[in-house]
Design a protein around this ligand. Sequence first.
Ligand SMILES: [Zn+2]
Ligand SMILES: [Zn+2]
Length: 278
Amino acid sequence: MMDFLTNIAYSSYNMLLWVGIFFIGYSVLENLTPCNPKQRLSPRNILTDISFMLIMPIFTGFIFTGYMYISIYILFHNASQDDITNYIMNGYGPLSQWPLWVQAMVVFILSDIMLYWFHRWFHGHNMWRWHAIHHSSTPLEWHATFRFHPVNEWLSFTLVNSIILWMGFSPASIGIMGTFNLIYSTMVHANLDWTFGPFKYVFASPVFHRWHHTSQEEGMNKNFAPTFPFLDLMFGTFYMPKGRLPETYGVQGADIPKSFWGLIVWPFRQKKSTGNRV
Ligand SMILES: [Zn+2]
Ligand SMILES: [Zn+2]
């Protein structure tokens, strides 16, 4: 338990350092090449998103530990303590024997495919109210990255990481991508007009993901991939009209609260809804 709390305290400290770097870095970049020049930082938005950033890892850590206990029980119920320790440190089976960089590349692509489909599921009739929290941010800023309801987090990102570990991949193959994912996901939410030109089908850009967050009819239920837009191209959900940028963000038809605890409670009070509308 102490180890768990120490880890949480250390990662919170780390996150605060990153917050400082992002505030300075994105302020400079967003002044140079904004997607929506009239958009202004909202202190209330910042406070809510920073609360998600610092509080969510505590919830997520408990659920992740639970997923791992289940997998250890199923996979290793007759194994020795050494085998279990080895699994936690290095993975198991043939996949864990691949060179670490190969594992990391495969995990990266596999995670994106799974997250694409989980994301589409959360845009559907039954799940939208949980995911609407992520879309509630208006204006849309880099810190909206962290605005995910725990139910959304546990049934997509936490679950995908657990599936990767259940398959036997080394935990280091996920860890290797951790910092990259943090920087990349804040970048695609930032108020930047970057499209990545001819690489727009290969790597998600701020304009690609900002179209996903738009409240304009045309961009709804499009651009689900976290990192690789060719998944959207393959499955018919790619949307980046040439020469145009999204203008408005948020959720249609809903008065979603603005505070952290308001957002946590809100989905429990909602009935089923249609994707992007409440
Ligand atoms: Zn979404
Ligand atoms: Zn987003």
